[in-house]
Ligand binder design. Sequence first.
Ligand code: FAD
Ligand code: AMP
Length: 471
Amino acid sequence: MKTFDVVVIGAGPGGYVAAIRCAQLGLKTACVDKWQDDTGKAVLGGTCLNVGCIPSKALLESSHHYHNLKHNFAAHGISVTGAKLDLATMQKRRETIIGNLGQGIAGLLRKNKVTSLCGHARLLPQNQVEISLADGTKETLQAKNIIIATGSTPVEIPSAPLNGDTIVDSSGALTFTRVPKRLGIVGAGVIGLELGSVWSRLGSEVVLLEALDTFLPAADQQVAAGLRKSLTAQGLDIRLGARVSGTRKKGKKVTVTYSDAKGEQKLDFDRLVVAVGRRPVTDQLGADEIVLERDQTGRIPVNAQGQSNLPGIYAIGDATAGPMLAHKASEEGVAVAEAIAGQASKIDHDCIPGVIYTHPELAWVGETEESLKAAGTKYRKGSFPYLASGRAQGAGETEGMVKILADSQTDRILGVHIFGAQASELIAEAVTAMEFSASAEDLARTIHAHPTLAETLHEAALAVDGRAIHF
Ligand code: FAD
Ligand code: AMP
């Protein structure tokens, strides 16, 4: 039996990063993933690379270019006639990006001497891992430590069962070969909004049906309202308080039944995307004797070092509590690898940025005004509009704002919320500031290059103390 210091189950952004860090620390490491393509070839990178972050961002970028070409270039004095959409090329580009990055991960695992195996892994007693390989054979590994990085999968609802044709999940919505004329999306969360943006820009009439009455309840409600208004103006029909209760296939279309304040409603769509959240993949993970604790949602509870209830068995990423985000999975992977190697390592779960890659983007870190009020924390706030930024004016990106929330006693930054172009990039400065426990005054006294969008953060920090210069 082959023995390893660490066997990582799952090669998503949690698992493959954990495996590389383990190998860097001198631990003999194997990384197992069951994912195979249609030809039986092993697929690395998990949800994020293959059906998540990367393909969605590729299509968001392409569709944003198309939208700009049709709607925004004329304002710059650039006119184009005969612009056409070639969806096949757009989709090919998405596939090529995934393929290249997948090869990159394989290369990194090789370079770091991580043993990469393709097969379904199952926990056996005494820290053994049984792998059912693609050819039907089984191999058992002996591990000193095991890291579970099995990720998550889309939630399915009985009212809208997937059929791979008219009703699909987020993975299906990334691979449409035709632009649906009418597209319904169940769930107006991050994934629903991003996919809705892609297809709306490419020409679909998009209706989002969201059961909750509140739009993006986890986000700061002032910036969330800005995003909702903007997306509505772009043509996305976002219906809140609309709970989908049934679907019926009608020829090549699907009829969706939902209930809202006015009662039962029906809508016809060419395609329906179910984007109602994701659930952890933690079932069928172990033999009967393995009593791996899971919470009510199926997530594996872990301590500060990422350790489960079983000695030597750790868990990271979407399989554990917290936001289902790739960077959260990766950083937990690094922290667990370092803990196994005997280093003191932990991540700050209060400092994890979240981004919605619509246009404009929404990005935030830390507390919202709502969470501070609920906790009774006294705070000061400073905000600054993109409209007042010279760089935003030059870019034609004047929609949006930055808001900084700081403790009213200590001035320590508690939360930063950015709604606007490049918010996903700008939020990094806020995360760094918060990691270093910066005050709003620290940011206000930091010199920012001119003209940049980052100056909006600088001005918002000045505004916390009522001394913004340009607004
Ligand atoms: P995963 O990436 O899900 O990887 C788990 C791996 O484990 C899989 O490859 C699976 O095959 C393997 N596995 C499971 N069980 C077994 C087993 N028993 N044996 C062997 N292998 C097994 N996050 C962001 O941060 N930014 C984004 O922009 C973003 N966009 C997204 C867009 C979409 C459409 C979706 C669906 C998700 C998006 N996410 C985004 C979320 C992100 O993809 C996940 O948070 C991230 O992939 C979680 O990483 P992970 O390593 O925990 O799990
Ligand atoms: P997220 O968890 O961010 O991916 O968002 C998923 C969204 O789907 C949540 O806001 C849920 O309220 C919503 N949702 C879940 N079930 C339904 C349903 N049957 N009809 C409409 N929306 C739903």
